[in-house]
Design a binder for this molecule. Sequence first.
Ligand code: UD1
Ligand code: UDP
Length: 365
Amino acid sequence: MKIAVVVGTRPEIIKMAPIVRACEARGVECLLLHTGQHYSFEMDGVFFRELELPAPRHNLEVGSGSQAYQIATIVRGMEPILTEERPDVVLVEGDTNSVLASGLAAHKLGIRVGHVEAGLRSYDRGMPEEINRILTDHLSDYLFAPTEHSRTILRGEGVSDTRIFVTGNTVVDEVLRQRQRARALPGLAGRFDVKPGAYILATVHRAENVENETRLRGIFTGLAESGRTLGMPVLAALHPRTSQKLDRLGVSLDGVVRRLPPLGYLEFLGLHADAALVLTDSGGLQEEACCLKVPCVTLRDNTERPESVAVGANVLAGADPATIVANARAMRDKPRDWPNPFGDGKSGERIVDLLIGRAGQPASG
Ligand code: UD1
Ligand code: UDP
């Protein structure tokens, strides 16, 4: 059996790592394909190195550009590679342009598609990711839903039950695997000049926040005021998109907010595990915070991860400074006793075993 695993951006590399390892452990051929949507070392290469992943067999090097450019270039670039390599299944993960384009290219060639992290919905059709999720789910043959909630959403959209498998989220596998390594990094708190449990960790990169000046300014004001109110520094590890935008707008950050470049996974996870609070608009961070028992304030008006809100690990605060501060204060004082709804850390193995079990069978409904 030959499984093609597609990655394109930072979170896909992290969340596909457990699947690559599960293939290796079972002697299944794993064809790693990179679209090149992320390419800067700190958004790409560092994760291959730290997570000990093999180099991709092919990299389309699509780079940055409009959504139509990225999607069209990946579809065209994937076609000859998939035609030549002819994998039994193509796995895509999440909701990026790389996911939709690679899934579409495979489907059009009659190759089965497995969608890891299927059935997430924010119900905000203005988000580029929402359209990517819906289309990828509906073209996929295997939908690996992280939770029962996602299964229910897919059923509600008419997806046949025989195509849906609840597996947990592979991010839990990676957090559990790397947590001790991350915490053992020598002098991490000292390097960032913080005390464990006495700082806020923040990330911002969603298009709807970064490309809207009012929201972007509101969020950075909210970060600074949260830091001052809680008496803690805010470590803001900024995506290049956000850094570039802040520079273009000439926004200088308040002293309590420390601007950092994107960090490697181990350093970031180590900081995350000991943070008092995380303030973010990231999808993956909402899951990781829930798993690490760090309260999360989500800088968005909606989320496709409502499970973390339901268990009390996460709250939606939008981009208004006063709302961000009020939620930061409330979440800091929360008991960290919620259950983790995103799985048991064996999702990668489960997905590969499901595929092995279905090899050679006809595609279902
Ligand atoms: C993409 C995904 C988003 C995901 C995020 C993960 C889509 C529509 N968006 O958003 O869902 O949450 O990745 O981080 O697919 N840049 C660099 N170096 C890089 C990559 C990007 O400098 O390695 C800069 C470029 O200026 C680029 C901008 O970041 O134009 C945006 O990159 P892009 O891949 O288009 O979208 P993301 O915001 O990264
Ligand atoms: N992450 C990281 N370094 C950073 C910021 C994030 O390693 O400086 C990791 C984080 O732990 C999580 C993933 O990147 O696993 C989330 O990616 P991102 O927020 O870019 O994308 P999203 O999950 O929103 O699609």
